[in-house]
Design a protein around this ligand. Structure first.
Ligand SMILES: *Cc1c(COP(=O)(O)O)cnc(C)c1O
Length: 620
């Protein structure tokens, strides 16, 4: 944040910074309004350098004989601009790529440069997947096919003989060390992937029989993403290094140990082993990986392997963020109105009025219980026919007024009892944001993953409203009501009151997985994007190198098998019929059809038009 209360990004971790709002406003002028994903390309490059540098540093410090040869797992963010930038930034480090499916391998084969960088093939493989990988071998690439299932090995042996090329093979070991947190199911007995110990021995035998012992080049494991605890990582590395050493002693040349993904991101900033956090730094991770491997290899008398990591989340999560615009505040009490005076007041209403007046005499919790009980009583009376609409409205208003009065005193309390905490949650407003959780923040809905969220401006004003966020899908799950906190999880955010000017929230660290896992719920589709570079000579210290259009209505409609022209034709037919019946005038018919056709080319998200400022513009 800067002195004027704007959130800023420091892509290189130094003093050079960009105001996020400047980017949002410039992109809007270019026709790309929020919701918008902003990619800080320098930050992406910076992370690629960082992971390579921390490993290289650890290798020097630990006096390690091997080197670091990282790869970027494409599945974490397949977008061309992202992969392009990573390949380019990784040049000086011989940073490679990892693919987990045929389409990803198609990307990787073409984007991968040179014969020094690794290309690692994971995931389930059919014959064509293996053939594609072997094409890479023919081109001299260091492309390693990791055997996840025993059957794959037979296919690799047969197909490489057919294509007359020597494969490079890796074994994925099913470790007993388990990950933790939300993504823990990639190891242990139930894991989908990997060879158990007996299978590894069978695989070795198969290689021997095919006379391909020198093709086993890599031992691989992956215990899951976002591992919050460094101890788990150390244990997994130790177990895998034992596998490595034993295989090396059996006479396989190997040379590479691949520690998979799992390097975390501290989403909540707590530096803890809570699932949204991590209790280690990237440098500590590198040091622990390097030193664990060194110790065991030394003790076993095995030469130190080159170390591969497939860190995806840690490399790409920080580089992008989503900016959404809040356009509406829903407040339960305000929508009920101030005070309704029934013509003939029921006793329960006068009782509640009395409670509102005399609150100070009772404890807060007692007041709350009394109010709850009266509200329930009012509903029963209504259902039995003893309370009219006016008295019910009045009882509801009074209940919320009592609650609000109780809540207003909570701030001054030290310890807040559970029920009163619930009351605060109940009283929180809802801020309606122009975006879809299902498109842009899928892991929040699916896994309750937490992301840091904050306004990108007005940060020097005190936020006075407690609010949860709701999106614009017609789905009651389309909301955000758990937020990061250093301890525990917060039920609401403290935000600023809306003031008839755009109010933007930033959702941060969204560069891993969220870009691609989103779905078409309610046909909202992709959001706009801006790719930003630092540039000293530009007025605000940056320039937008490229913008991408979010989905237009026609795009998403065609995605579910309608044709734009067919729909327009059908509308025309109905409008013509209505005109013939004189339900609408011909001129009006033309206008209506025009509106329909033009909407096809509009973006799917709300186009928020705001009071006077906006009107002035359209008059020009
Ligand atoms: C998903 C995956 C990764 C990436 O994991 P991160 O935790 O995002 O670094 C690496 N390797 C394999 C095999 C994977 O499936």
């Amino acid at each position: 944040m800067d002195a004027e209360g704007f959130a800023t990004v420091h892509p290189l971790g130094d003093s050079k910074h960009i105001r996020i709002l400047d980017v949002v406003e410039e992109a809007a002028e270019m026709g790309h309004r929020a919701p918008i994903v902003i990619r800080f390309q320098d930050l992406l490059r910076h992370r690629v350098s960082q992971i390579n540098e921390v490993f290289n540093q650890a290798i020097v410090e630990e006096d390690y004989a091997g080197s670091y040869r990282g790869v970027f797992p494409i599945k974490v963010n397949q977008l061309r601009e992202v992969v392009d930038e990573i390949v380019d930034a990784g040049k000086e480090f011989n940073y490679g790529l990892e693919a987990g499916s045929k389409p990803e391998l198609m990307i990787a084969l073409a984007m991968h440069e040179g014969n020094e960088r690794l290309l690692i093939c994971n995931g389930y493989k059919d014959h064509d997947y293996i053939r594609l990988a072997l094409i890479g071998r023919k081109l001299g690439k260091q492309i390693i096919i990791v055997v996840e299932q025993l059957s794959e090995l037979e296919d690799i042996i047969r197909l490489s003989a057919e294509l007359d090329v020597k494969p490079l093979i890796g074994f994925r070991a099913k470790l007993q060390t388990r990950g933790e947190g939300k993504w823990a199911k990639s190891s242990g007995d139930d894991a989908k992937f990997g060879l158990n110990t007996a299978e590894i021995l069978i695989a070795c035998e198969k290689l021997r029989r095919a006379d391909l012992e020198d093709c086993l080049r890599l031992v691989h494991f992956h215990i899951g993403s976002q591992v919050p605890n460094i101890i788990t990582i150390k244990n997994a590395v130790i177990e895998a290094t034992r596998f490595y050493c034993q295989l090396a002693k059996m006479g396989f040349p190997i040379g590479l140990l691949d520690v998979g993904g799992g390097l975390g991101i501290d989403y909540d900033g707590s530096r803890s082993n809570y699932e949204s956090s991590m209790n280690y730094t990237m440098a500590e991770y590198a040091r622990d990986v390097v030193s664990s491997i060194r110790e065991i290899c030394n003790a076993s008398g095995v030469a130190a392997p080159d170390i591969v990591s497939e860190s995806g989340r840690a490399v790409v999560a920080p580089h992008s963020m989503l900016v959404v615009e809040v356009f509406e505040r829903i407040n339960k009490r305000e929508s009920l109105g101030k005070h309704h005076h029934p013509k003939t007041k029921h006793k329960i209403v006068s009782d509640m009025e009395e409670m509102l007046r005399n609150q100070a005499k009772l404890g807060r919790l007692e007041c709350f219980h009394d109010a709850l009980q009266k509200k329930e009583e009012a509903f029963s009376l209504f259902n039995l026919g003893y309370l009219d609409l006016e008295n019910r409205a009045s009882a509801e208003q009074l209940f919320w007024q009592i609650c609000e009065r109780i809540a207003s005193t909570i701030k001054k309390m030290g310890y807040v009892p559970e029920e009163l905490h619930e009351l605060q949650k109940m009283l929180a407003d809802q801020y309606v944001c122009n975006f879809s959780v299902f498109q842009s923040l899928l892991d929040h809905w699916a896994l309750k993953q937490l992301f840091p969220i904050a306004p990108i401006h007005r940060l020097n004003e005190e936020p006075t409203i407690n609010a949860t966020l709701v999106d614009i899908t017609c789905d009651s799950d389309g909301k955000i009501n758990s937020f990061i906190d250093v301890e525990d999880v917060q039920d609401y955010l403290q935000l600023h009151p809306l003031n008839n000017k755009p109010y933007y929230l930033g959702i941060f660290l969204t560069g891993a997985y969220q870009d691609i896992m989103g779905d078409l719920h309610n046909l909202f589709g992709r959001v706009n994007e801006a790719h930003v570079f630092l540039e000293d000579d530009e007025p605000n210290g940056f320039y937008i190198e490229e913008t991408l259009n979010g989905s237009r209505i026609a795009d998403v409609i065609e995605g579910v098998q309608y044709s734009q022209s067919d729909l327009c034709r059908k509308m025309k037919k109905q409008i013509d019929a209505a005109t013939r019946k004189d339900m609408i005038k011909p001129r009006e018919g033309v206008r209506l059809l025009d509106l329909y056709e033009k909407q096809m080319l509009q973006k799917t998200y709300l186009s928020i038009e705001r009071g006077p400022a906006r009107r002035k513009k359209s008059r020009k």
